[in-house]
Design a protein around this ligand. Structure first.
Ligand code: GDP
Ligand code: IMO
Ligand code: MG
Length: 423
């Protein structure tokens, strides 16, 4: 049975939630392997819209065990809010399992995220201010607090007290903030411990058993390849590894278990927050993409920056993730354009780059080299097969898979579940 990694090939918001939901129809386990509630995955079922941040998109199917892996950072308040939201809408959230090794996002992480961004001034990253960066910083500094620590009040207390000794120095002396009192934090989090007790599990074992028993497992990435802390547009990235290889470490399985890597790719490209973006369109075309594509952040409501599809970046994503397939989303948004451009290279100074440049300053000063394809100028949201698409849309899809070197196996022509077909 397949174990598929679903990974964003751009700067996030490619439609991973929708595609994961589609794959979940036949899945047994759907697991997030990194990130936290900085992710925002929207799924539309009939007329209902679900915005998920932490719980894997598979949760909408009753046979799925949704799992939050050890590679994630968990804000327990956000998790409980999301579980309550699902419960109030008739979806059973008691199936959710959370790794005992996942790190907790603490109130001081959120505070630090806020003040560190302010401190950066013009250099700020434009984070989601969910405390994600500071939580991962503590994890790798070996000062983090894990979900399992919630169940030993003595240890939990001492970890919070030690953490705050340092964080309060940072907050007061560097960032000119008031210190934080450990007591209300300890009380609040021990309250979450009671609530979350039954959901914390050895999720590495859980997923290993599922794979051993031939079950269908989907690993859902948050963010996207260009936001990867190693392979993205550093420092304008998130603080974890969304790339497919990280699914193993973030889930606790070996690489041999993965059978497919599905790269979710929007038919154009968007970015929220700061950082270089070669094909960005700060003009009427970009505005139309934002408007037609509804390009506003699921988490923060921020307007997303939009631009033409970037094949230099897509080929790079195909390589660093080892993509075996692509799911192409939001192709319907391009129906309104007479011609469609695609970047195939970057020109910078006297050089032409067909590979994603090693020096990221090139991303700031390059001019994309575009090829232009004819548009189809008709509504395709009702189309349910490749053959039924207008010829220009079929040509666009074939052009992308040819240039990316990866087959496009799923096409999405609208936000709803039904507006999808396989090839
Ligand atoms: P994710 O973070 O990768 O899961 O993507 P988001 O959910 O943040 O953003 C994708 C947005 O596009 C959501 O609002 C989806 O409902 C919507 N969407 C997904 N696929 C399609 C599609 O094929 N066409 C259109 N028009 N919208 C889509
Ligand atoms: P999904 O899963 C788009 C961006 C933020 C910021 C940078 C760092 O919905 O695709 P962070 O809060 O992670 O420290 O912010 O990363 N970012 C996202 N952009 N989609 C996301 O998730 C994102 N998660 C983080 O805007 O630029
Ligand atoms: Mg999103």
């Amino acid at each position: 049975m397949p174990a598929t990694v679903v990974v964003g090939t751009q700067w996030g918001d490619e439609g991973k939630g929708k595609i994961t939901d589609i794959l979940s129809e036949d899945a047994d386990v759907v697991m997030r392997y990194q990130g936290g509630n900085n992710a925002g995955h929207t799924i539309i079922v009939d007329d209902e819209k679900f915005a998920l941040t932490l719980i894997p998109s598979g949760v909408l199917y009753p046979q799925v065990t949704p799992v939050i892996g050890n590679g994630c950072v968990v804000d327990p308040a956000a998790l409980i809010t999301e579980m309550d939201m699902l419960s109030s809408r008739g979806i059973d959230p008691t199936r959710v399992r959370v790794s005992a090794n996942a790190h907790l996002v603490m109130p001081y992480h959120r505070k630090l995220d806020m003040v560190m961004e302010r401190f950066l001034g013009k250099q700020q990253i434009g984070t989601t201010k969910r405390g994600i960066g500071p939580a991962y910083t503590d994890k790798f500094a070996r000062q983090g607090i894990r979900t399992q620590d919630l169940f030993d009040p003595k240890i939990f207390r001492s970890k919070v007290e030690i953490a705050l000794k340092e964080k309060n120095k940072l907050l007061t002396k560097v960032y000119n903030q008031l210190p934080m009192d450990p007591e209300p934090i300890i009380e609040e989090y021990l309250g979450y411990a009671e609530r979350l007790h039954d959901y914390i599990a050895d999720t590495s074992l859980l997923v290993w058993e599922a794979i051993r028993d031939g079950k269908n497992v989907v690993f859902e990435g948050g963010q996207g390849t260009l936001l990867d802390v190693d392979h993205g547009t550093y420092p304008f990235v998130t603080s974890s590894n969304p790339t497919a290889g990280a699914a193993c470490a973030g889930a606790g399985i070996g690489p041999g278990a993965i059978t497919d890597v599905l790269g979710v790719t929007k038919a154009y490209i968007s970015r929220v927050g700061a950082g270089p973006f070669p094909t960005e369109l700060e003009n009427e075309i970009g505005d139309r993409m934002i408007e037609i594509g509804g390009e506003f952040g699921t988490v923060t409501g921020r307007r997303r920056r939009c631009g033409w599809l970037d094949l230099v970046a897509l080929r790079y994503s195909a390589r660093v993730n080892g993509l075996t397939k692509i799911a192409l989303t939001k192709i319907d948004v391009l129906s309104d354009f007479d011609t469609i451009k695609v970047a195939v290279a970057y020109d910078s100074l006297d050089q032409r780059y067909t590979n994603f440049p090693r020096q990221h300053r090139v991303l700031y000063n390059c001019t994309p080299v575009y090829e232009e394809l004819p548009g189809w100028n008709q509504d395709i949201t009702g189309v349910r097969s490749f053959a039924a698409l207008p010829r220009e849309a079929r040509d666009y899809i074939e052009y992308i898979e040819d240039r990316a070197g990866v087959p496009i196996s799923i096409v999405s022509v609208g936000p709803e579940r039904a507006a999808t077909f396989e090839r």
